[in-house]
Write a protein that binds this ligand. Structure first.
Ligand SMILES: C[S@@+](CC[C@H](N)C(=O)[O-])C[C@H]1O[C@@H](n2cnc3c(N)ncnc32)[C@H](O)[C@@H]1O
Length: 240
């Protein structure tokens, strides 16, 4: 039987291994990532990011966009006047973003894990993330890190998929997202495992209410959210 000290160590190691697998997966799909996003979201993902960028009110603010991927969210924030550090733990994803949006006064790029951010307390006035949360293996720890790097009075905006409220749309959505999309996206991308991972990452993910509670537990206040995409996407906003 495992000793009491070894059980948490084993759980941590298993989380680290899961995180490494996720990191490798994003490195693999980078070349097709943007095209597959448009396809999977039926062309709606850009509009959702723009709404998230509006909710962040980034004008004149130092913004950390966590899990920045190929830089779509950072671009929406810069277009609204933000000075953005895009941080991601996947070097291939960061490489695409940094080639597209050269480091200048508006864009900077950093290789960083959301669970251990290499930034001082209170470094940013805004923290944003789009479609990152489902990939985090320790959500409470990551929320605490987001709170730590935000200065008091700063704002967090999170955009991610969520389970839609029960009803006809939810049933149709589940059919699309769990059955049809993984097959089509798997064939078109040539990476079936990556697009089986997508519905799996939502299956164990907290619902929008639970996420709000977790944000409060991490030290955020005035937590609110709205649903987009027929209820299949949640946009959370919280103040530090
Ligand atoms: C689904 S993509 C979203 C990318 C981008 N935000 C967008 O809207 O297209 C998730 C991104 O989060 C990154 N990511 C996942 N887990 C992470 C972690 N623990 N720390 C930092 N980045 C992470 C992945 O490498 C990937 O680029």
């Amino acid at each position: 039987m495992m000793s009491q000290e070894r059980a948490p160590a084993a759980a941590n190691e298993s989380r680290r291994e899961r995180s490494r697998q996720i990191q490798r997966m994003f490195g693999r799909i980078v070349g097709r990532y943007d095209r597959m996003n448009r396809l999977i979201s039926l062309g709606m993902d850009g509009g959702w990011r723009r709404l998230a960028a509006d909710a962040a009110s980034p004008e004149g603010m130092r913004v950390l966009d966590l899990g920045s991927g190929t830089g779509d969210m950072a671009r929406a924030l810069v277009r609204r006047g933000g000075r953005v550090v895009g941080a991601d733990f996947s070097p291939p994803m960061l490489g695409v973003a940094a080639r597209r949006y050269k480091r200048d006064g508006r864009y900077a790029w950093a290789c960083a894990d959301g669970h251990h951010l290499p930034f001082a307390d209170g470094s940013f006035e805004r923290v944003t993330n789009a479609f990152l949360l489902r990939n985090l293996v320790d959500l409470p720890a990551a929320f605490r890190e987001m709170a730590r790097v935000l200065r008091p009075g700063g704002r967090l905006v999170c955009l991610d998929m969520t389970q839609p409220p029960p009803g006809v749309f939810a049933a149709l959505y589940r059919l699309y997202f769990n059955r049809i999309m993984p097959v089509i996206a798997g064939v078109l991308s040539g990476d079936r495992a990556a697009y089986r991972y997508l519905p799996a990452s939502l299956a164990g993910f907290p619902d929008a209410e639970t996420l709000s509670r977790m944000l409060r537990d991490a030290g955020f206040r005035d937590v609110s959210y709205r649903r987009l995409g027929g209820g299949a996407v949640a946009l959370h906003r919280a103040e530090r």
